[in-house]
Design a protein around this ligand. Structure first.
Ligand code: NAD
Length: 247
């Protein structure tokens, strides 16, 4: 089979320091894309970029808190400067705090930070990436939501709510941006081995016992999700519209 090619593709990726975002940045760079990795985690963000460069790829790290508009505005203008434009945006930045905490005990601060990073962060990234895409008359946005809050419940109240919001945001932008040649897809990964998921499992184990670990024993590899995202970004995925569910 012919190997997919992202040569010349210019990608901005939030949450690229670890997990699914990192795997996606590395995979897309090995397919020829130039990648800007944005994250609050500077140490792992820098190491992601170093890994890409060692593999012969092109990447930059820009420290960004996706919940702060001035950070995101700076991210996109710097990305434009480094890459010469923005063809694709992947929003992978996310948190899941206070898993297993009952709704009556959930702190307002936890709710606010989760919505701010997961939902508002996705909105801000789209808001500031879209002008470059409109200028090109084409673009791709992949927003990472989750089955949690989209097709099923979540162990984490604010997380499930935020991901339902991301799905709604993605569907809305898909319709609004279609006439500008911009494709928007929402990706809902299943359970994948990442720091975020492993943290949730540890809290489930603390609350429910070791059985929770067994129930979560079949986790996917972030690289598997990265391959799906790289396909969604590519021109080969031109006919895909809507939410895509992985394992
Ligand atoms: P992860 O913790 O490895 O990655 C999340 C990244 O987001 C980290 O690098 C983190 O530093 C970054 N981040 C957190 N707050 C930020 C902020 N304010 N600004 C910028 N970056 C910030 O976990 P992951 O599982 O790879 O998560 C990636 C995405 O996939 C998340 O949106 C998550 O909700 C989603 N997801 C994961 C799973 C899973 O099973 N791992 C399942 C469904 C959805």
């Amino acid at each position: 089979m012919e190997r997919m090619n992202l040569k010349g593709s210019r990608i901005v990726l939030t949450g690229g320091a670890t997990g699914i975002g990192r795997a996606t940045a590395i995979h897309c760079a090995t397919l020829g894309a130039g990648v800007v990795v944005a994250d609050i985690n500077e140490v792992d963000g820098d190491s992601c970029v170093s890994q890409i460069k060692k593999l012969g790829g092109e990447a930059w790290f820009i420290k960004t808190d996706v919940s702060i508009e001035s950070d995101v505005r700076n991210l996109m203008s710097e990305s434009y400067r480094y890459l010469g434009g923005i063809d694709s945006l992947v929003t992978a930045a996310g948190i899941a705090r206070d898993s297993m905490v009952p709704v009556e005990d959930l702190l307002e601060e936890v709710w606010d930070s989760t919505i701010d990073i997961n939902l508002k962060g996705s909105f801000l990234a789209a808001k500031h990436a879209v002008p470059s895409m409109k200028e090109n008359g084409r673009g791709v946005i992949v927003m990472i939501a989750s089955g949690a809050g989209v097709t099923s419940a979540s162990s984490t109240v604010s997380y499930g709510a935020s991901k339902g919001g991301v799905n709604g945001l993605g569907m809305t932008l898909a319709a609004k941006l279609r006439d500008h040649g911009i494709r928007v897809n929402v990706l809902c990964p299943g359970s994948i081995t990442t720091p975020l998921k492993l943290g949730i499992i540890e809290r489930q184990v603390a609350s429910l016992g070791e059985g929770a670990r067994v129930a979560n024993s079949d986790l996917g590899d972030p690289v598997g999700v990265a391959k799906i995202i790289s396909f969604l970004i590519s021109d080969d995925a031109d006919y895909i519209r809507g939410a895509v569910f992985t394992r």
